[in-house]
Design a protein around this ligand. Sequence first.
Ligand code: ATP
Length: 517
Amino acid sequence: MSTADKFKKVIAHAKEYGFVFQSSEIYDGLSAVYDYGQNGSELKNNIKRYWLDSMVKLHENIVGIDSAIFMHPTVWKASGHVGAFNDPLIDNKDSKKRYRADVLIEDFVEKINQKINKDIAKAKKRFGDAFNEEEFRSTNGRVIERQKKIDEILNRFKTAMENNDLAEVKQIIIDNGITCPVSGSKNWTDVRQFNLMFDTKLGSVSEDADIIYLRPETAQGIFVNYLNVQKTGRMKLPFGIAQIGKAFRNEIVARQFIFRMREFEQMEMQFFIRPGEEDKWFDYWKDLRMKWHKVLGLGEEKYRFHDHENLAHYAKAATDIEFEFPFGFKELEGIHSRTDFDLSQHQEFSGKKLQYFDPELNESYVPYVIETSIGVDRMFLSVLATAFEEEQIKKENGKTETRTVLRIPPALAPVKAAILPLMKKDGLPEKAREVLNELKYDFNCQYEEKDSIGKRYRRQDAIGTPFCITVDHQTLEDNTVTLRYRDTMEQERVAISKLNSLIDEKVNFKNLFKKIN
Ligand code: ATP
């Protein structure tokens, strides 16, 4: 099955099993806006809890806040979003499709990169253990040529963006013969800048009203509250403020399902530090955030760092944690060394001092900031797309059958356990409800008595429930049940009194946290 086909299946499955619906579907939907269904919202909440707890529970010096979506309009002038939160866009005249010029260029570069990777894979096969990748990269003519081309394009693009030279950005597209993925033509319009912020009006009389923006990131709510939190919480540097909340961007090209949405949710943490310590803390957060991802067990090879060539106006260093989505490696999370840019800007625009008095140094200064920023929805997509599997299994009669299973990390699974009476009689439903009542205070459980046990197992596999608990006649005699594991489909007989600890062992965040702490 091609990755495109698999991705289509994931999207269909997300809808069929109550994970993600298109917004306003009965009105034919609203582009790039989605709703989360009964299972999707559970998964999303678990992701958010995993993130927030890892920040505030595991760090004595990180606290959480919840700031408003609407902010004073000057915030966005200070942050640079009014002037610089633009994407360079370009239209193809034949297909009438609109693209981000930077994405067209990046995709083109990635194609060259893939060719290099193919060359490397081939050589690796040929030379076996003796293969030295570094040496190959620096001596193989074809690879050197391709790498040179990549570097040239990226450097040219970086300079063009720094100089705000949009004609040059178009020229890069022309010179490299980049074509429209839909029409295949090179018939491009000029490149224009497009501001991504949504605006609306505050107040009831629109003529008098001020324009305000729907926040395009949650970070500014943290910056403007940094002194409130520092003072009321008596925080000492270094300390962090974490927040989860909605953000809005009028994305030019909204595609790839929930990867790029116009309304989405971010989990951001700003870590305030002494100037001069930014390199140390940048490395610390890079390392920790990568661990946070990897312990989930989706596959270590699915993550990689991508350092930014084209730094944002405020940044000293920036890297992305990229994940291998069904459509290739793409940004999942950003880690940014933002210097004192934001706080200094707010100090200047508000006229209020935002300095921190450092008792150890006996001096005041504006702290530097390291930021970690991840989209909840992208994280959701990374989990869902990787978890989805169509597995061929051999039945007892020798025939094969397809089992659709979501191998969601148990700690994130929407439903942790399904309690299933084998039959709808002989007191089995009553006994099963007793089991449910034991477990429901600790875990999100489902009770199901309709259809054959096999069908019920399949339905739970399809939503990623790690445990199925079957209550049968033996249960009435000895208080044991059949515990079935989602991933292996193995079954074992266990005492009802053991269920809680068995499930907890697999689904409690604690065991993941211990691996990263
Ligand atoms: P991209 O280059 O993909 O547009 P970005 O660099 O603009 O992303 P940031 O401003 O660094 O993204 O935002 C931090 C995180 O928020 C991203 O890593 C991503 O997970 C998430 N995010 C950003 N834009 C969107 C969006 N339109 N839809 C869903 N998630 C998003």
